[in-house]
Design a protein around this ligand. Structure first.
Ligand SMILES: Cc1cc2nc3c(=O)[nH]c(=O)nc-3n(C[C@H](O)[C@H](O)[C@H](O)COP(=O)(O)O)c2cc1C
Length: 181
């Protein structure tokens, strides 16, 4: 079921939602490249581009990431042909200072990624609940690197259950206005 919006906005924004039903059709290499390219087009503070990705598309690499996920989520995520770990680097900045905007900018990159995936007929679901402390040990990372999410990417499943998925509601623009004292 679709959310009803007061106005038409970008088609991909109106269509996208986080599915738990992926088909096992592979993600075309050219599409994967394009989706990651889209993510890297996000704006960032001082153009630091602090986002970092780890792409798991082999069963072994996917299994490694899934080891750190919750059992309930592993069940459906295993179907997704590609998992992308999204991280952000708070160090290596132009001025040597901690990058306060890393999470903000990496979130924007995730937004670009999911919309480009949608545009190409793919679906995504970002998972933030995984054992980020232990998963860090799989990578040669400095303390400046934060692991934010694991994005499942694939084609939508063509099943009755998938067709019944509902888009999540949103607060109105009015409800998210900051009010001055
Ligand atoms: C950073 C982030 C972390 C998330 N973590 C989880 C998660 O651990 N498990 C889950 O089922 N969904 C997770 N989600 C999906 C959200 O629940 C979902 O985006 C939200 O309910 C809005 O629904 P929509 O994406 O279908 O519009 C996460 C989404 C984001 C952006």
């Amino acid at each position: 079921m679709k959310r009803v919006l007061e106005q038409e906005i970008m088609h991909e924004m109106m269509e996208r939602y986080s599915t738990i039903y992926f088909s096992d059709e592979p993600v075309a290499e050219e599409d994967l490249k394009g989706i990651l390219l889209a993510a890297t087009q996000a704006p960032s503070a001082y153009n630091e581009q602090p986002w970092r990705f780890y792409v798991a598309k082999t069963p072994q690499d996917k299994e490694m990431l899934m080891e750190y996920m919750m059992p309930s989520e592993k069940e459906w995520i295993a179907k997704a042909p590609v998992l992308i770990l999204l991280a952000g680097n708070m160090g290596d900045t132009h001025n040597g200072l901690y990058n306060y905007w890393t999470a903000f900018d990496t979130g924007c990159a995730w937004g670009y990624l999911t919309l480009e995936a949608q545009r190409r007929g793919y679906v995504t679901h970002c998972i933030g609940s995984f054992d980020r402390i232990d998963l860090r040990s799989e990578f040669q990372v400095s303390e400046d690197l934060e692991l934010y999410g694991i994005v499942a990417l694939g084609r939508p499943a063509d099943t009755a259950a998938a067709a019944k998925e509902k888009q999540m509601p949103r607060k109105t623009v009015n409800a998210v206005q900051l009010r001055r004292r």
